[in-house]
Design a protein around this ligand. Structure first.
Ligand code: ZN
Length: 87
């Protein structure tokens, strides 16, 4: 990559703020494990007390999204999804 085009993460704040402020239950995902495409609202959710939330694919049990909350911050791991679309 051309270093002249590189910006810090603050440059993406507006765009990321728009992307992550949608109705999640109607958002569609594609599972990295089996390729299933479905709405997040139809996935399986496990609340792990004190640790966070795991959203799993009903087709193959792959962990689509791992969400942890610690010290007032959220950590979101989307490695189990190929993509996530808004609404
Ligand atoms: Zn799957």
């Amino acid at each position: 990559m051309d270093d002249r085009l590189r910006l810090d993460g603050n440059a993406a704040a507006g765009t990321l703020g728009e992307v992550f402020s949608f109705e999640v239950t109607t958002a569609h995902y594609a599972c990295e494990g089996c390729g299933r495409i479905d709405q997040i609202g139809a996935a399986m959710v496990y609340d792990v007390r004190g640790l966070g939330t795991i959203v799993r694919c009903p087709g193959c049990d792959n962990a689509l999204i791992r969400l942890a909350h610690n010290r007032g911050r959220y950590m979101v791991d989307l490695r189990g999804t190929r993509y996530l679309t808004t609404g």
